[in-house]
Design a protein around this ligand. Sequence first.
Ligand code: ADP
Ligand code: MG
Length: 625
Amino acid sequence: MKRIEALSPLLISQIAAGEVIERPASVLKELVENSLDAGARNVVVLLEEGGVRRIQVEDDGHGIHPDDLSLALKAHATSKLAAEDPLNHIVTLGFRGEALASMAAVARVTVTARVAEAPHAATMTVSGGQVEGPRPAARSIGCSVVVEDLFGHTPARRKFLKSTGTEFGHCDELLRRLALAHPEVAFRLSHQGRALRHWPALTLEARVRGILGEEFLNQSLAIEDSAGPLHLSGWILHPTAASRAEQYLFVNGRFVRDRLLTQAVRQAYQDVLHGQRQPGGVLFLNVDPARVDVNVHPAKTEVRFEEGQAVFRFVWQALHKALTRTTPGGLGFVGRRSPVHEDIHSEPVQEGPMSPSRGVSGELPLPPPRFVAPSPLPGKIPASPHLGEPDPFHAALYGNSLLPAATLPPPAQGPDASPRLGEENSRVPEPPSFPLGQALAQLHGVYILAQNATGLVVVDMHAAHERILYERLKARHEVAGGGQTFLDPPYFTLSARELAVLESYGDVLTALGLDLALRGPQTVVLRSWPMELSGVDPEPVLRQVWADLEETGQSLALEARRHEVLASMACHGAVRAHHALTLTQMNALLRDMERCERADQCNHGRPTWRQIPLSELDQWFLRGR
Ligand code: ADP
Ligand code: MG
């Protein structure tokens, strides 16, 4: 029988190193974090063979005192913990005092450092338990660490490393994360002697642009919100842009992968994101360091919040608010005007003339003041024009005043614009000031073409109407419930499966103003029907809704089931392609979009409209060159 033996110190540290050092990128992370903790303003990274052969990190931080050099390389020695209650006041990236020691157990590590008080630098090398130094060396104030031949003594571990390209990719990504959280520090990265990255110390916005690209900022919404000790800032991708997006979440300047935060982001995008798209962005959450535990995992990429639920709600709400502002007249796309980090606010920076006045949660967006509209009944929704029958309210507002499309005058031009047909017309009236403009025509029964001050607007009428119905149905369900009753209620015969669905969704349907009652073994009567869908034949919509519900299963929470029913009703109740609309109806739809929250996407996350600026049309036709 084999007897028990105590492990040698080298073996102990090699085993322990497995927790911290997995691959070159984990070495790089620990080294750069040490540089940042030392207050460096410049960090230079030199890699060879993806870091497997050599990783060198140079910094201009405060350095290490020559007498502390051997301690720095020993396990469980750190300069970063407070004397009292140390683990509750962690403000540095490192604190476990084991990174350099772990590296020394699985690679050859050389540390050279100089502090301001010392006349010269000192250097020391540790490799497989062998120590050389410390001895005097030459360098300026700061520290350089070289890690060579990673896992050279532990071939089994080395086998798990991937190709040079893959390992370099991990290092590069790691550095991006650190650089995003530290725009005040300049970073350089070289691989195999080639300089590949240089991010000078600039503003956060410039750093984000440098790392994620101009395109990212153009397609993002700025976030800035606080609640008590919680503060959230950053940029999130507009839902229609969130395709292969990366998500960078930082808590107190530390990159984390946290399920709670990821979930909060996901939930905020819930009804605006298309299919499997990832909600991407860069978000910085700051919390009181005493209320978050970073000592959950050796790699320190996981955190535990003292008040997890409050953090979840705060993050969800901040993003939800921003995403709700994606209406045509609201902030919408940040567009070419990327946000200046210093002056973003939690309220829309500029509200378009038509953006809805937002009440407290649960209140419905009322028509903006410039509408001279009969005030809606308290607690009721503003009248909903059903597209099948022009609503008198809308007809009164737009119907009579609307000029036939072809006779609409061209928009007024700036002084340096190229001459246009019709310019001789001496009275050039103001262009229509609605954000989505005036409807011109319907294209192939699918798109509405409209003219606004910027140029041409193209609207996917089904997608847009679907979003409007969905938001209305949701809002009404939150406020009023109850629906329109029938003089002559319709009866349907249901299949056994439809009946089963009805049973599990009955309460939800009733709460939505869809009151169905059994009138025989397989017969139901529809006693009420949502007001928003008046004029729509209930039977085909209901059958579709049942089919959808049956397919998606019934284990969802009540709220999710409600939204599911509403989404399905909105989709099947929305105006179909090839349904001819009058100009009045098209304009009514445009005006509704301007008032509707989240109107930039349908509830499947597809965009509902696009702007083609006149300048783009001019380019097509080489005008003004
Ligand atoms: P930790 O960062 O958790 O303290 P490390 O093993 O990474 O543990 O580093 C040990 C100690 O070495 C640190 O506490 C710090 O005092 C010192 N040190 C490491 N790297 C640097 C650096 N680049 N500049 C200054 N001091 C450093
Ligand atoms: Mg460290």
